[in-house]
Design a protein around this ligand. Sequence first.
Ligand SMILES: NC(=O)c1ccc[n+]([C@@H]2O[C@H](COP(=O)([O-])OP(=O)(O)OC[C@H]3O[C@@H](n4cnc5c(N)ncnc54)[C@H](O)[C@@H]3O)[C@@H](O)[C@H]2O)c1
Length: 416
Amino acid sequence: MATSSLALHNVSCFSAEHVNAGTPRIQSSRAAGVFLSVKSSQSVPLNSFCGLKSVGACTSTNLHLEGDSLALLRSPPGGVRDLERMFTPGQARAAAYKVAVLGAAGGIGQPLSLLIKMSPLVSDLHLYDIANVKGVVADLSHCNTPAKVAAFTGAGELAAALKDVDVVVIPAGVPRKPGMTRDDLFNINAGIVRTLIEAVADNCPNAMINIISNPVNSTVPIAAEVLKAKGVYDPSKLFGVTTLDVVRANTFVAEKKNLRLIDVDVPVIGGHAGITILPLLSKTRPTVDFTPEEIEELTVRIQNAGTEVVEAKAGAGSATLSMAYAAARFAESCMRALDGDPDVYECAYVQSEVTELPFFATRVKLGKKGLEAIVSGDLTGLTDYEQNALEALKSELKGSIEKGVSFASNGATVAV
Ligand SMILES: NC(=O)c1ccc[n+]([C@@H]2O[C@H](COP(=O)([O-])OP(=O)(O)OC[C@H]3O[C@@H](n4cnc5c(N)ncnc54)[C@H](O)[C@@H]3O)[C@@H](O)[C@H]2O)c1
């Protein structure tokens, strides 16, 4: 199976293959009681290194669905079922989507912009920052990939940066220094996200919004409140980017168990801070046996992986390169979904009813209109360790959500 040398396009395959385990319940954003069974094909060798798994590694069949989702999934609006054709070199989909990166001059923003510039799906790439971003644009514009890059600097150019954009990626804000938690960033980043989302609401209300700025557990609820106040909130378009937690989990499990990196997929649920990051190791694909000690060690390492980087950088910031990689993967997934690819699954922090909390990260199915379904089946059949960890994370996550909602509603913070 050939793959495009440019595309970051394996994403759905990780997840579709993962969905293959049993018949997981899908909670549809439009219709309740929807079930999806996906059968994966054999793993295929990785023919070109894109850092992600070959798209050819899975196909989905045996869709047992009801209602709107049945129609939607059987006949995806773009009618695109042939992933092989889609990503065969020379037959890649035409560049069609406008992407804006807000905070593009930063540690994440620059490598993320480079990776997005490499996507064959991008026609226009708008880089916005309060710092000068012209140099980044001049530099990137010399890469001979289709995306046209443009610079927008300062609040006066924000509206133009966002006009008619399809996907907005937001890494704007301050990163952690050693000793800080993600919540310590709240006071600065909450206001930044609020301002940027107001502009998104005014200029590209239909865009898929990818929020990277920490604390994600609070900045996503802030964004939701801002969009509601503007009358344009669509929960299926708002995503907290937790892809890095999945990327780390996959890497650490593959290393520990001596597996091919490309084969490993671990769903990570909950939120994106400390114990709210819950890797479901029992749901790892391929099936792997872990000792209780390995589970504890891997879970704690995945939860603290960001801190591992913050400490190693010793004051120079937090994860930037791996984050850029993860965010590029998520943005590419959004574009593939917009493009009609019917097999796009990612973990993301979204408005959700899988627990009593209003926002929660799980695997989600992405489609042309954004979040199409939540894979709630991952929350059934948990081990005692995972069930206890799930109960333990809820109060912290609830506090972070309430803090964000309160900030957006009153401009105030609440103690958590
Ligand atoms: N979701 C995740 O998994 C994850 C992982 C790593 C880092 N992060 C978060 O991403 C954010 C960015 O991290 P970084 O390392 O790139 O930081 P950075 O300081 O290197 O870059 C941030 C950029 O944002 C810009 N910025 C600040 N205020 C802005 C505004 N109002 N509008 C537009 N741009 C603005 C800055 O000028 C800077 O260029 C931090 O909040 C960090 O905690 C999230």
